[in-house]
Design a protein around this ligand. Structure first.
Ligand SMILES: Nc1ncnc2c1ncn2[C@@H]1O[C@H](COP(=O)(O)OP(=O)(O)OP(=O)(O)O)[C@@H](O)[C@H]1O
Ligand SMILES: [Mg+2]
Length: 356
């Protein structure tokens, strides 16, 4: 059976530049985020005058341009001055002080770092940065396993702006008082885009990514409407790409509503992950939550340990994060009040209880 003949029949791809649909593709402009970019720039600006910058906590839902906006500002800064050194790190990928320090050494082009201790490496970084000033972007900052890096930067780098990006505004409350009082960040919320803005962004991206004219209007409308409903541009880019691939798989020269529907089915699949897809540890934790809805995270952990679980509290918290990301549970952080500062774990209402 000829497998590739059909697939290759239509030589022309519908895509002009598929990379433009990648999550970390940075388009030339970032529409609808002028205000936010300006605010970030204002926090950094004093550094260009040899004064200290302001720290900033950026928060908001997933997929609404927080990372993109921060990267934009940094790119612009690099074009304008060499007096401010920008260092970006994703704390999900580099989740410990040591990993971040090594990453910064990399970014600063330090050689021969292998046999040095964490302290020696940090001293090298500080020496370099204190010749000028520095902007640190700590993206996904809530994924940090330890907060020493924050303390070190706050104490030892003279002129700096620390920009922290997170989905959870209240993450800052988890910080040690010594860090919090030194940090004193400005807070900025990224609000979700409205449906017009969502459509504008996708249309713009479509121009980069696809050959002109391949999208049927009603197909694009459905893709944009679904993205607005999900409040997440990243999901929108995924829909555009999957619809394009579905059309190509049929050697179609147009992307129509049927192709978009196929892409949407994939999204639904992904969103309605079944508990059977979860690893055993997470499933065990989910079972405990099911029997103990709306309890404090510490209580759930104790129950988990009592039932024979043997992962550390940190790893347990990571499983809780995963369950939340997968939308099996919601985590409500409380401050003060009867419960004190803690997290309450609730079973997600969007999933039918019978699914568990
Ligand atoms: N205003 C915009 N114009 C063009 N593209 C955008 C805009 N806002 C977001 N995007 C694109 O949407 C995708 C997701 O954005 P980004 O990665 O910045 O989200 P985020 O807010 O950092 O999400 P998360 O909290 O999940 O990290 C990226 O590909 C980004 O380029
Ligand atoms: Mg991000």
């Amino acid at each position: 059976m000829p497998l590739f003949k059909d697939m290759l029949k239509s030589e022309e791809s519908l895509f002009r530049d598929e990379i433009a649909l990648d999550y970390d593709f940075l388009p030339k402009n970032l529409p609808y985020r002028d205000k936010e970019q300006k605010y970030i720039a204002q926090c950094i600006f004093p550094l260009t005058q040899k004064r200290n910058g302001k720290n900033l906590l950026v928060h908001g839902l997933p997929g609404i341009g927080k990372t993109a906006a921060a990267k934009y500002v940094i790119r612009d800064l690099e074009n304008e001055t060499e007096e401010v050194i920008p260092l970006y790190v994703n704390c999900w990928k580099k989740n410990s002080t040591f990993k971040i320090i090594t990453d910064f050494c990399d970014q600063l082009g330090f050689k021969f770092v292998q046999n040095k201790t964490k302290e020696e490496l940090f001293d090298m970084i500080v020496k370099e940065l204190n010749k000028k000033s520095a902007v640190f972007v700590l993206d996904e900052v809530d994924k940090l396993e330890d907060y020493d890096i924050l303390y070190l930067l706050l104490e030892d780098v003279y002129r700096k702006t620390i920009i922290m990006i997170t989905n959870y505004r209240k993450w800052v409350l988890e910080l040690d008082e010594r860090i919090r009082s030194r940090m004193n960040p400005e807070m900025m919320e990224f609000k979700a885009y409205n449906s017009e803005e969502t459509k504008g962004i996708l249309k713009h991206r479509l121009g980069y990514a696809f050959v002109p004219g391949v999208w049927e209007d009603d197909a694009f409308e459905i893709a944009a409407a679904k993205t607005a409903e999900l409040n997440d541009i990243r999901q929108g880019l995924y829909i555009l790409k999957e619809a394009g691939l579905a059309a190509e798989a049929e050697s179609s020269r147009k992307i129509n509503t049927e192709h978009v529907k196929k892409a949407l089915a994939k999204i639904e699949d992904y969103h309605l992950k079944q508990p059977t897809d979860l690893e055993d540890e997470a499933k065990q934790i989910l079972d405990i939550i099911k029997d103990n809805n709306s309890k404090k995270i510490g209580d759930i952990f104790n129950l988990y340990v009592a039932s024979g679980g043997n992962i550390s509290y940190k790893s347990f918290q990571r499983r809780i994060n995963i369950l939340e990301k997968e939308k099996f549970i919601t985590v409500i952080k409380t401050q003060g009040g009867e419960e004190g500062n803690t997290s309450i774990i609730k079973l997600s209402q969007t999933k039918k209880l019978t699914e568990f």
